[in-house]
Structure formats: structure tokens, C-alpha cells
Design a protein around this ligand. Structure first.
Ligand code: SF4
Length: 291
């Protein structure tokens, strides 16, 4: 069977996706962070068990040799820095290949392990996007039980910036009533501003039956309100339940205004709301033109 690991980013023709053309790769299948809002559980078998893709570097190298140049997004259905990356260095090897064949990279992670590649990232065309949904360690532990703490992620941002790497932060997703408190968001945006982040990207949680069950299982008190918001008042777009537009607009406008006050460009992801002040929704325009 012919294996192909370099694919065009395909949001399944999702009508609200505004991403510029790019490739999407995942050196690993599955993700150990177990975020309760995660959507990969609806399409990946055994989603919390991380496994490296077979002969990933061999086939990626073959694909890169002949592919037209476009940014490469890594990873959209996993985290490129599971614990086993420390030993396997599969993401590291991928970055080396992307550098060698001159493909810009848009690296998405929740892990401070990204620091082990800071030097490499600083010598290639790259932008790093780190997700922080809250600075409240207790809430983070409930939302993303096995991911590195927000504190560690903030430290990683600080170090990446010291390497002069462009960093976007995904405050994403915001779940109404759980991590949507304006004062806490203000605190987060001010902290990100002090770290000189280059863009903030956000969206409001979209419910699917399996992730909604997990969210309700953890946030029992908030469940009734969320059920009302999503299942009575919300809308369905391609199988995703959206909170009502008024609620999404209010939360994201607040965040946009907080970011604007700190001079940080802002964008939304798959919202269809006119709130972007950044040039691209996914921060790909920030890819540095280093070497
Ligand atoms: S980091 Fe992303 S892929 Fe991994 S569990 Fe969390 S939401 Fe899912």
C-alpha cells in the first residue's frame, strides 16, 4: 500500500474555516493530554494511546521532495510533543526535514517539550502556536488533565521568545461559564502581553456528543446551563453544536478588545464572526523569514 503522510490541510470543506492553504502532518497518532473538549475522539481509534506513525520520516522525505512549497501545520489531530518524543525525536526529525527542504512550519502544541527544539525552530521558517485555555491551574487540570500546566506553557513561551521565535497563543476553546470569566481572561491576556506574544487566536467550544459527555461528566454543576445553551438554543453546523451567536460574539468580542488594548493582533477560528485584526486566522503570516 502506498503511504502518504503529507496532506493538504482539509477542514472537510467546513464553511467557516478561513485558513490559508497549507499542509497538515501528524508524526504521531493519538494524544495523551486527554483534553475533555477534544474532538479527535470522534474520528480516531484508541485516541488517548500515542503511537508513532510507521516509517514516518522515510515517507515524509519522499513526499517533500516533490511537493509544491506551502506552510506545513503540525499537528492538528495530536500533540507533536508526547512524552515519547524525548526518546524518539520524531518531531525533531520532521523539523529537520522541513528545514532541509525549505518548508515553513506552523507548530501547534500544549507542551513545554517544544523547548527542546527551540534552537532548530529559530534557524528555520517557523511560528509556534501554544494553547492556553486558562491560567487557573485547577480548571486547567480538569480541562486538560494530562497536559503540561499553564505555568509550564507560559515558561515555554518566554523561552521561545528569547530565541526570537514568533509565538501565537490559542485561547481555545472558551467554554461558556467554565473559562469565560472576563477578569480571568484579562489577567491571561495581560500576562501574554508581558511575554510579547505575536497573536491571540480563539474560538468558543463546539459540542459533539462524545466531548459534551466528558465536559458534563467533569463540570456537573455547569452541565445544565451548557445543555440549554448548546442543545436548546444553539445551532448545528456540520455535526458541531455551536453556542448561540450572541453568546459567542460577546465572549470573543471581549477577548478581541482585551487583545487590542495590549496591541496584540487577534483572530477567531471557525466562528464566522467579523472580529479578526490579524492578517491570517492561523498565524501563518507570522512565519519568520529566518534563514
Ligand atoms: S492536545 Fe489537542 S489533540 Fe491532544 S487531547 Fe488536547 S485537544 Fe485533543
Amino acid at each position: 500500500m502506498d503511504v502518504k503522510y503529507l496532506h493538504s490541510f482539509d477542514p472537510w470543506n467546513f464553511p467557516l474555516c478561513t485558513c490559508p492553504p497549507k499542509y497538515s502532518i501528524d508524526p504521531y497518532t493519538g494524544c495523551e493530554h486527554r483534553c475533555i473538549y477534544c474532538y479527535i475522539t470522534s474520528y480516531i481509534r484508541d485516541p488517548w494511546r500515542v503511537r508513532p506513525k510507521k516509517d514516518f520520516l522515510k515517507y515524509l522525505k519522499r513526499d517533500l521532495k516533490h511537493a509544491p512549497k506551502m506552510p506545513v501545520s503540525m499537528s492538528n489531530s495530536s500533540d507533536p510533543y508526547p512524552k515519547m518524543e524525548k526518546k524518539l525525536l520524531l518531531t525533531h526529525g520532521t523539523l529537520e526535514l522541513l528545514k532541509r527542504y525549505r518548508f515553513p512550519v506552523l507548530l501547534l502544541t500544549k507542551s513545554d517539550l517544544v523547548i527542546q527544539d527551540a534552537f532548530l525552530l529559530s534557524t528555520m521558517q517557523s511560528v509556534v502556536s501554544i494553547t492556553i485555555t486558562t491560567m487557573d491551574e485547577n480548571v486547567a487540570k480538569k480541562l486538560e488533565p494530562f497536559a503540561p500546566s499553564p505555568k509550564k506553557r507560559l515558561k515555554a513561551i518566554e523561552e521561545l521568545k528569547e530565541w526570537k521565535i514568533k509565538v501565537a497563543v490559542r485561547v481555545d476553546p472558551i467554554i461558556p461559564g467554565i473559562n469565560s470569566d472576563t477578569e480571568k481572561l484579562r489577567e491571561l491576556i495581560e500576562t501574554l502581553s508581558s511575554l510579547d506574544v505575536d497573536q491571540i487566536i480563539s474560538s468558543v467550544y463546539k459540542a459533539k456528543p462524545d466531548n459534551f459527555k466528558r465536559v458534563c461528566g467533569v463540570f456537573k454543576k455547569e452541565c445544565e446551563y451548557l445543555r440549554y445553551l448548546y442543545y436548546e438554543k444553539g445551532t448545528v453546523i456540520r455535526g458541531n453544536r455551536y453556542a448561540p451567536m450572541k453568546v459567542r460574539m460577546e465572549i470573543l468580542k471581549t477577548l478581541r478588545n482585551l487583545a487590542t488594548r495590549q496591541n496584540i493582533p487577534f483572530s477567531v477560528c471557525r466562528e464566522g464572526l467579523p472580529l479578526n485584526t490579524a492578517k491570517t486566522c492561523d498565524a501563518s503570516h507570522l512565519i519568520s523569514k529566518n534563514p
